[in-house]
Design a protein around this ligand. Structure first.
Ligand SMILES: NC(=O)c1ccc[n+]([C@@H]2O[C@H](COP(=O)([O-])OP(=O)(O)OC[C@H]3O[C@@H](n4cnc5c(N)ncnc54)[C@H](OP(=O)(O)O)[C@@H]3O)[C@@H](O)[C@H]2O)c1
Length: 337
């Protein structure tokens, strides 16, 4: 692997500098988000919407007329009220979820099915899902099921959640409508040299120094899952559900909340000056959610507003198939009743 690629996202300093440098590079735009890209009559679920990018996406999509469900572990009901006020759209709802806990994800799906915004199998379900929640923890922590928290929140919860939504017919039943599933990934998915299949899902101890490197690895798992999901949902060129992924670039959010206290003042200055506001960073997510340009596409990946190929490891069908198999086996082994 070339040395420059290897070093890009391996520690907090190089990851921050790479993010800043990217903001100054010129990229060919994939398209343009227009005021006419409306979502009236559509239902959107955004998770991790209590803060940063997810909150801005929820507000932006509510402004475009969507019914918005914010699936969050905090900020209920205050953040939903704020989205209503900022967007002028009263059709905003909040549901509780902790993506570190599989039982909580299951409860969320039960609530989605039974809530009044879900009108049953022949009515409308979720038209657009934005899987956004993510963390950069200062150290490893065990989830209630004994998994590693960043592995769970940044990758495995998405595998479980999306599959539960599919199994429970939670996506729209509207004729002719193509559902969109959008994953907030990261360019850092290109950083890992290889998959570590033998250690898949195993709890491992680490501290902040290793956190950024593992973050990139879990974003690689997420991106590989996104490509494989698209492959499975869109057979023989027939688009059933579009699967999109993106990197929003560096966002002035709360993502570094667990960084050492000593660095917090410096980070907040750097983030404030160089990183994008959540509202600006939300534009590619809103584009993938609302633009007619991408209607019916089985897969797309954006970095900022430019179209890119995902890393070749994520695109490789054998990797996608193995990730899916290992994820299913891991879930089965947890024997959750
Ligand atoms: N910031 C960047 O520079 C950057 C760059 C590339 C990609 N991203 C990605 O963008 C996404 C959003 O992050 P952000 O930058 O907006 O950070 P953020 O402000 O920290 O927001 C993260 C969101 O995820 C939620 N979350 C974390 N753990 C959760 C759990 N166990 N269950 C449910 N929700 C949980 C948080 O909820 P609480 O508020 O309750 O903690 C919060 O709403 C992440 O996937 C991140 O990896 C960020």
């Amino acid at each position: 692997m070339p040395a420059d690629k290897q070093k890009k996202y391996n520690n907090p300093v190089s990851a921050t500098l790479t993010g800043i440098a990217d903001l100054f590079r010129k990229f060919e735009p994939a398209g343009e988000l227009k005021a006419s890209d409306r979502l009236d009559g559509k239902t959107v679920l955004v998770d991790g919407a209590s803060s940063g990018l997810g909150f801005a996406v929820a507000a932006g999509l509510a402004r475009r007329g969507a019914k918005v469900i914010m699936a969050c572990r905090s900020g209920i009901p205050a953040k939903g009220e704020e989205v209503k006020r900022l967007s002028g759209n009263p059709d905003v709802h909040m549901l509780l979820v902790d993506f570190a806990d599989i039982s909580s994800i299951r409860e969320l799906v039960v609530n989605i099915r039974s809530d009044s915004f879900f009108n049953g199998e022949n009515g409308s379900g979720i038209d657009i899902l934005v899987c956004n929640a993510g963390i950069v923890p200062k150290q490893s922590r065990k989830t209630p099921q004994g998994l590693e928290e960043m592995f769970m929140v940044n990758y495995f919860s998405k595998f479980i959640f999306v599959n539960l939504l599919l199994e429970n017919n939670c996506f729209t039943g509207r004729a002719g409508a193509i559902t969109r599933i959008i994953f907030v990934a990261s360019e850092s998915h290109r950083n890992p040299e290889k998959f570590e299949w033998d250690d898949f899902g195993k709890y491992r101890e680490y501290r902040i120094g290793k956190s950024i490197e593992l973050y990139g690895y879990y974003k690689l798992l997420l991106t590989t899952f996104a490509v494989e999901l698209s492959r499975r949902l869109n057979i023989a060129g027939k688009s059933r559900i579009s699967v999109f992924a993106l990197c929003p670039g560096p966002v002035n959010s709360n993502i570094a909340r667990e960084a050492p206290k000593l660095f917090q003042p410096l980070l907040s200055v750097v983030f404030g000056i160089f990183f994008k506001s959540p509202a600006k960073a939300a534009v590619p997510v809103e584009y993938l959610a609302a633009s007619a340009d991408v209607e019916g596409k089985p897969f797309d990946y954006l970095f900022l507003m430019s179209r890119k190929a995902v890393d070749e490891k994520a695109a490789e069908p054998a990797n996608g198939a193995l990730l899916w198999k290992l994820s299913e086996e891991l879930l089965k082994s947890l024997q959750i009743v």
